[in-house]
Design a protein around this ligand. Structure first.
Ligand code: C5P
Length: 401
């Protein structure tokens, strides 16, 4: 399977004669299984028609920043988030200059400025323009900022000159993209399913039972897995966080909804990380009408919710499973007992409701346990902690890495 399979690729096409090669590139990307959306600059439209790229990508081609119909379908910020990678091919000298300057005066430059995903640039221009110190400095600046530069190649140019400035061939760009995506990170080519946040268990149409989970740890983990090249599906209870760029995020409310969303997708994943604070119980009946106050006391009958993590770990061919254990005391012993009882590969224990970290906080400390070993991950910001936990999961997932 190509590493491009099911990846979201935004192809930016800027003005240059090499734009005619973008059509072939779109065709190759689609054939490799990628989802492709094309954004063209105004100048690109003078070299290749949007219709051609639309037919080949199977998606509407975007050109305008202020296009109400398109913005309503998928706004430019959504597009910036949607893309796993942004490839600009061909990238003109002018576009590189605008990218280097952080200008956002059209759709493509705005998306590039807004995105959290890697941006790859395949320059194509006259050799004199490529050799000009202004372009050289812009290219160097972009690389320092983490923009990936592929090409240009040397050879005969459309203007009849010889020299550097030819866009790499579409087949070459495809090979590089595949290598980039495959070799990119410890979880490249792996699919990680995560749960995060609290659940809400309805009592009546306006009330629910929930807990103090902010979802921050789960969202930080999603970002850390994405940074290691994983394909991430995040099943999230209600939180006040933006969905991580590049992840597929599924919003759920109750434990039963979360369980269903997980079971629908678990067969496709290599790892399952249960970070959600799932309510252990839900009201036996959900009142159809708002519950009225009458008596001095009100009894609630609760029934057990399914244990999503234990259920996944007990599947005939389970993914590699990682759980969390938030405890108010004795976290390590309780987590170890939980790990064995639920049959999970790894469990991360933390104290909650104390000064050490946990719910609603930006930092946290964890003790991670597995069969025959454990490691302390000291107090740090949740994103840094997530990076460390992901590195540790990588060690255990493929021992000897
Ligand atoms: O049993 P406890 O709730 O302490 O276990 C915590 C771990 O189990 C977490 O990883 C949590 O996401 C998961 N869990 C679950 N479904 C539940 C309860 C907990 O997946 N119903």
């Amino acid at each position: 399977m190509s590493p491009l399979q099911d990846r979201n690729l935004l192809l930016g096409v800027t003005g240059g004669i090499a734009a005619y090669k973008s059509a072939e590139l779109v065709r190759l990307l689609r054939r490799a299984g990628a989802r492709v959306r094309v954004v063209m600059t105004g100048a690109a439209g003078r070299f290749i028609t949007p219709m051609t790229l639309q037919a080949l990508s199977g998606e509407p081609v975007r050109q305008e920043l202020f296009d109400p119909a398109h913005e309503a379908a998928m706004g430019h910020i959504e597009l910036a988030r949607w893309a796993d990678r942004i490839l600009i091919a061909p990238a003109s000298a002018d576009f590189m200059a605008r990218l280097a300057a952080g200008i956002a005066d059209d759709l493509l430059s705005t998306i590039c400025l807004a995105t959290g995903s890697p941006v790859i640039v395949a320059p194509a221009m006259n050799q004199g323009m490529w050799r000009n110190p202004a372009t050289r400095e812009n290219a160097a600046l972009l690389q320092r900022r983490g923009v990936v530069l592929w090409g240009p190649a040397e050879g005969e140019q459309a203007c009849g000159e010889q020299g550097p400035g030819r866009m790499l061939e579409p087949a070459d760009l495809l090979r590089r993209l595949e290598r980039h995506l495959a070799g990119d990170g410890r979880f490249a080519g792996r699919h990680v399913l995560l749960t995060a946040g609290p659940t809400r268990e309805a009592l009546d149409p306006v009330r629910y039972l929930t807990n103090r989970s902010s979802g921050k740890m789960g969202y930080a983990l999603a970002e850390a897995f994405l940074a290691e090249g994983a394909q991430v599906t995040l099943v999230s209870g209600p939180v006040a966080l933006p969905p991580p760029a590049g992840a597929e995020t599924i919003a759920v409310e109750s434990a039963l909804e979360m369980e269903q969303a997980v079971l629908d997708r678990v067969n496709r994943c290599d790892l399952f990380v249960a970070c959600a604070a799932v309510a252990d119980y839900r009201p036996r009946v959900v009142a159809g009408e708002k519950i009225k106050k009458r008596d001095e006391t009100l009894g609630l009958e609760l029934v057990r919710n399914p244990d999503i993590l234990a259920r996944v770990a007990a599947l005939p061919a389970p993914p590699f499973t990682v759980g969390f254990a938030a405890e108010t005391s004795d976290p390590v012993a309780r987590a170890e007992e939980k790990r064995r009882r639920k049959g999970v590969d790894m469990i991360a224990a933390n104290l909650v409701g104390a000064a050490e970290g946990g719910f609603e906080r930006d930092d946290n400390a964890l003790t991670v346990l597995w069969e025959g070993g454990h490691r302390e991950l000291p107090l740090s910001g949740k994103r840094q902690l997530a990076d460390r936990l992901v590195a540790l999961i990588a060690e255990r997932y493929e021992p000897g890495n």
